[in-house]
Design a protein around this ligand. Sequence first.
Ligand code: TRH
Length: 377
Amino acid sequence: MRPTWDIFCSVVDNYGDIGVTWRLARQLVAEHGLAVRLWVDDLSAFAWLCPQADVAALRQHQQGVEVCWWGDDWQAVDTADVVIEAFACELPASYIAAMARRAQKPLWLNLEYLSAEEWVEGCHGLPSLQSNGLSKFFFFPGFTAGSGGLLRERDLLEQRRAFQADSGAREVFLRSIGVTPLPGARLISLFAYENAALASWLDVLAADIQANQLLVPEGRILQDLQTWLGCSALRAGDMQQRGQLHIQVLPFIQQDQYDRLLWSCDFNAVRGEDSFVRAQWAGRPLLWHIYQQADDIHLEKLDAFLAHYKAGLSADGQRALVELWHAWNTGQSVKESWSQLLQRWPEQQEHAEQWGLQRASQADLAEALVKFYLNWL
Ligand code: TRH
C-alpha cells in the first residue's frame, strides 16, 4: 500500500501558504508516487493557482492530488500515515484525537516558514511531545545542508537551462502571455507588496540609457505603480511608457508559467517565500521584498539571507546588493544602489547562477521529507 500523506494548509493571506503546499503536494505525487490529500480552508485562493479548480467542491482531484476543503465543521476522515501542518496551522481537534488512536501512529510534522537564520539548523527535525502522547516534529526548509532544503522539482534546473539556452523558446513563451520583447531592452519582472521605494526605482529605470521592459503581474504593487504613472485602474494587458521604461501589466499566471517568466527575465523582483525561491532557481539577479512582520523581525531574516547570499561577491558587489535590498525593504530610495548594481552586472549575473547551482546540490524539500519519514519508521 502506498503511504498516505495529508497536508493541511490554512490560507493566512496572499498566495504563499497555498503556493508552497500545492507545489509540495504535486511533487510528492509526481516524483515519489505518494497518495496526497491537500486540505485547504480557502478554495478561492487555491483557484488563483489552479484555475481549473472547482471552488464549491468539497473534494476534487487536481494533477494527481486530492484537494479537500476544510473548515470549522470538520467531518471525521481516516488519518494519513504522514500528517503535515503547514506553517503551524491548527489541525482539527478530532483529527488529532484520531491520530492518537491509530494503532500505527502517524508521523506528524510542522512545516515551518523559510528562514536563513542560524538557529534553524539547531531546531530542524526536533520533536515536541504533545499532551496526547504523540510527537510533533519541526521541519524547517532552508538554504544549508543542516536544514530541510528548498522546494525544487527533480528536473527543474535542466528544464531551466534548456529554456534559457533557447532564445526561440523564450520568445514563444513571452508571446504566449502577451509580451513582445523589445530588442535591446532589459527585461524585468516585478512582484512585490506595496512599496514606497518603487517610485525611486521607476524614476531611475525611466532615465536609463538602456530601455527597460517591466512586466508586472496583477497584484498589490499596482496601486503604487498607478500613483507613479498618474493613472487609475491598471489591469492585465495595459501598457505604459515613460522615457526608457516600458511597463506592461500581466495577468496572474500559473506557477509553471511564472517560473518561465522568471527564467526569461534579466532581473526579478519577488516577494514572500515561494516566488523568492523560484527566482533563485532562475539563476538571475534578484531583489526580495520580504513579508513584513511585527517589530521589524523580518529585517533580521533579510540580513540572515544576505549574509549567505553575498558571500563570494566583491566588496563593491556586496555593498550594492545589500544597499539595494535594504532600501527596497525599508521604503528608501534605490536610485544609488540600483546604479551601483548595474555597474557590477556581470558579477551579479554569474553569482546568481552559481548560488542556484550550489543550492541545487542539496536534497530538495520533498525528498528530505520522504527521507525523514523513512528514517522515522
Ligand atoms: O503571495 P506571497 O506574498 O505569499 C506569502 C504569504 O503572504 C504568506 O502568508 C507569508 O507568510 C509568506 O508570503 C512569506 O508570496 P509568495 O510566497 O511568493 O507566493 C506567491 C505564489 O504565487 C507563488 O507560489 C508564486 C505564485 N505566482 C503565480 O503562480 N503566478 C503569478 O503570476 C505570480 C506573480 C505568482
